[in-house]
Design a binder for this molecule. Sequence first.
Ligand code: AMP
Ligand code: ZN
Length: 460
Amino acid sequence: MQPVYFYNTLTRQKEEFKPLKPGRVGFYTCGPTVYDYPHIGNFRAYLFEDILRRTLEYNGYQVKQVMNITDVGHLTSDADEGEDKLEKGSKREGRTVWEIIEFYTKVFKENLHELNIEDPTIWCKATDYIQEQIDFAKKLESKGLTYVISDGLYFDTSKYPGYATLAKLNISGQQEGARVETNAEKRNPADFALWKFSPKDQQRQMEWDSPWGKGFPGWHLECSAMSFKELGEEFDIHASGIDHIPVHHTNERAQNWGLTDKESVKYWIHSEFLLVDGGKMGKSLGNLITLQQIKDKGFSPLAFRYLALQVHYRSKLNFTWEALEAAQRGYDNLVNEIKSFGLAGKIIPEFETQFKQVVSDDLNTPKALAILQEVLKANYPSSDKRATIITFDKIFGLNLNQITEAVELSREQEELLAQRQQAKVVKDFKKADELRSVLAEQGIKVVDLPDNQYKLEKSQ
Ligand code: AMP
Ligand code: ZN
């Protein structure tokens, strides 16, 4: 079996992937907070996770991927301050939080499908796991790792000696920063809410009873509770964008340790940011780009996917409209070239080996695309090139196979085609021409290519 390597944020090293259970992978991915349209930065992260899962599957692993939908508890600041993003979305649009959740979850999933991102094995919504989150917090409390202050139940991060490891945080620096800390009741600046109480002066749409008081779960708790429920207390991979390292994943890891006294996640893998015109993308900067905008400008979602594949997931991707134009052109050329290739070829083993090696080396998609270009230039029958490229597409996910399906043949037509190929092999050209005419009458044009190859087109 080809070894697979990933860069593990926890060790800051590229490591050979060794699953906890042979042949199987438990994979957790932080999903969207469904209060607004997702942007193309988010989709860069989901594309990276899609490539990660496809690479494991290509290598023969059975992957159980879990993705959450954050539909409660994510506040406007990643710390525990500000308004719940869902309640905010609800006020903005004059719809209930439940309507907001339904609408933006639907948009998110449609966008994923347009980008050819495959669904995870399990979707889970935070509000469906409230009891699991309360139980998790109760266990942490019973181990003496929590305390209650006026706005909620908090995790005491000073109890976890490994707290700073994942993000290489400077904790003493944080202590100094504590002078500007907004919540003076917290014991340590890094402490975070497991359960927040509903504000006394306003009615929340989403709130639940708990042993500590009416309220709602903290954002980090949902991922710990749901990953443990669906994947067990030890699992292989946890992924998302790098912005989650210092707060969200650091806090998840602290909770996991609190419950199990172990390092629950073996590989933490994070993708770099997408920038717009070299800078940060943000609503307040007015440069937030959605997939809808990309489509409105006449680009196909798969051109964006192609663009994302051109940059390694651990490098920043600088999005410009010019770069997207170039990607669209490159993608169209690729599709057109493959359209001219013959059918029914064989995979070229040397290219397949090279391809598998580079994608398995920390998901090197830019190199994998370079190999695809080599295949295009190589001196092989075009049908073999097509077969090879279509195998690559198991990972690229660029729908490069759609072209062969454009002409659909009935059983009888397939039989006629096979007879025609046979007639050509035995040099019975009269019969071959006759059969071609029969197919042409049925709307199928057979175009001969060198090396006894052919392609099919719809005849007018
Ligand atoms: P959120 O809904 O904020 O939790 O983000 C969803 C996913 O998108 C997470 O994996 C984030 O790390 C990722 N993400 C957010 N902004 C960007 C960006 N500009 N570039 C790349 N990934 C991002
Ligand atoms: Zn998460």
